[in-house]
Design a protein around this ligand. Structure first.
Ligand SMILES: *Cc1c(COP(=O)(O)O)cnc(C)c1O
Length: 408
């Protein structure tokens, strides 16, 4: 792509241009079969995606948000339950919890990985909840509701510390639904089972988004739930399609939440390249790490624990001068974004939950500092050098400004 006009935050054109002939063939096939919803294309994609995730089943749905909502419903979250997640995530995580008639509650994140801190999860269950002998669940003191599930979010393409989270979940009878919407292909080394596990294969169910900008993106809206439970897979197939197992015979009320055949066919084409694209993202992350290492006093780089094999959906750096750095990069035509500027517990939409500033100190302290810089498989090494040079120049100018103002 002609990138002479700077470095975009995301390039959704190049990967699609390369595959245009295959995409066009998919469109012709779908057009001529008129199988627009469901059918063999959807089923084939589901099989291939399940296999990619090392899960027994994948069920295609209309978005990542629907995937999360359906996963929670099918996994057995009941009306009035409390579901624990983190404040540093996209609002879809908590929207899905609310739409499953449950209430989101938060625990803080780890400062290194920005993912759920298992110690905070344990502490919440131990010190802020009371045991309910009748159900074996914990009752949240804040809300008086039973805590029935936890949604670890594998943010930025890196999995949460799942051994620890699964242990806690087992101890407190929590259903684990992974939000894997940013983590297609990410892996976690389970020291307990002595094996690498893929995102989407460790919880009772997991939600994936195929929003165009995700590591595997559709040319429109799409999502999927993965699970090893045949019962959950069957339940989701029913609720994504108006609660019917057979046409016009409705066992329950469901939703219009299906994956269409055109998106499934396009996703099949892209899925073949996903492993390689993920490796390219990892290589680019390693190169950024090399280029930015000399700036480590001013810029905090992503942390990848030895048990993690991240797929760098985003490359997120941290600095105390975030707004200025973002403006400086923008002046050099380098695109950036912030994921996410306001932790969910402080969003206007969640005023009703009754949280206050100070409730989640780690999430609150990183939110004003994080900055996502360009990261995609097609990113060129010279482009990365330009990004690193721009960041380096910024750090140098801030440093000399500081030296001058301090009168040194
Ligand atoms: C993208 C995303 C979602 C929602 O996916 P949609 O397909 O946009 O509905 C949910 N959770 C996280 C963490 C995401 O990044």
């Amino acid at each position: 792509m002609g990138l002479s006009n700077g470095i975009p935050f995301l390039d959704l054109v190049s990967p699609h241009v390369e595959l245009e002939a295959e995409f066009t063939a998919v469109f012709h096939k779908v057009l001529r079969s008129a199988m627009f919803i469901g059918g063999p294309t959807v089923e084939n994609f589901e099989r291939e995606f399940a296999s990619f995730c090392d899960a027994r089943f994948a069920v295609g749905v209309s978005s990542g948000t629907d995937a999360l909502r359906f996963a929670l419903l099918a996994a057995g979250i009941r009306k009035g339950d409390s579901v624990l997640t983190v404040p540093n995530t996209f609002i879809a995580t908590t929207e899905a919890i609310s739409q499953a008639d449950a209430l989101p509650e938060f625990v803080d994140i780890d400062e290194g990985t920005y993912n759920m801190n298992p110690a905070c999860l344990r502490q919440y269950l131990e010190t802020q909840c009371d045991p309910d002998r009748r159900t074996g669940l914990r009752i949240s003191r804040r809300t008086g509701r039973p805590v029935s599930a936890v949604v670890p979010v594998h943010l930025y393409g890196q999995m949460c510390d799942m051994d620890a989270i699964l242990d806690i979940a087992e101890e407190y009878n929590l259903i684990v639904v992974e939000d894997a919407c940013q983590a297609h292909g990410a892996k976690y080394f389970s020291a307990k089972d002595k094996t690498w596990k893929k995102a989407g294969s460790v919880g009772v169910a997991a939600a994936f988004s195929f929003y165009p900008g995700k590591n595997l993106g559709a040319c429109g809206e799409a999502g999927a739930v993965t699970t090893n439970s045949e019962q959950i897979a069957r339940h989701i197939k029913m609720i994504r399609d108006h609660g019917q197992a057979k046409k016009y015979y409705h066992d329950v009320e469901g939703y219009n939440g299906r994956l269409d055949a055109l998106q499934a066919g396009l996703l099949q084409v892209k899925l073949k390249h996903l492993a390689q694209w993920n490796e390219q993202r990892r290589a680019r992350a390693a190169f950024y790490g090399q280029l930015l290492a000399p700036l480590s006093e001013s810029v905090i780089l992503p942390v990848e624990p030895s048990w993690s094999h991240g797929v760098y959906h985003l490359y997120v750096i941290r600095t105390s001068d975030r707004e200025e750095l973002q403006a400086h990069l923008s002046s050099r035509s380098i695109g950036t974004a912030i994921h996410y500027p306001i932790p969910l517990h402080l969003q206007k939409a969640y005023r009703g939950l009754g949280y206050r500033a100070g409730d989640f100190p780690v999430a609150e302290s990183v939110a004003p500092q994080i900055l996502s810089v360009p990261m995609y498989a097609q990113l060129q090494l010279e482009q990365q050098e330009s990004v690193a040079k721009a960041i380096g120049d910024f750090v140098a100018s801030r440093h000399s400004a500081f030296v001058m103002s301090a009168g040194i």
